[in-house]
Write a protein of this length. Structure first.
Length: 96
């Protein structure tokens, strides 16, 4: 799949307040933002795994759906800890 650019603009009364370009790919009718991954694998001495992924799309009513998942874990010698989660946000479509 070819990487694409999603241009996002925050507009108020014909004035652009913010503008961003996001890089990713279209998968299953959603825009998947490139994954951010950091991996340092020297287990069991030292280990870090930080990962984040975000997808954007619209539901059947045209509302914006944003899903962000993350995983963060690490270990030094045999002591380790980690955290992970998924956040979902729904932004209602503005009626003009």
């Amino acid at each position: 799949m070819k990487e694409q650019i999603l241009n996002i603009k925050l507009i108020r009364q014909d004035s652009i307040l913010e503008e961003y370009n996001l890089y990713g790919k279209i998968k299953n009718q959603y825009f998947s933002i490139d994954r951010d991954l950091k991996l340092i694998p020297f287990y069991p001495i030292y280990y870090i795994h930080d990962e984040q992924k975000t997808i954007l799309g619209n539901d059947k009513d045209g509302n914006l759906i944003l899903v962000n998942g993350f995983k963060s874990e690490g270990a030094i010698l045999f002591f380790g800890n980690g955290n992970h989660g998924i956040y979902e946000h729904k932004f209602e479509k503005i009626k003009n």
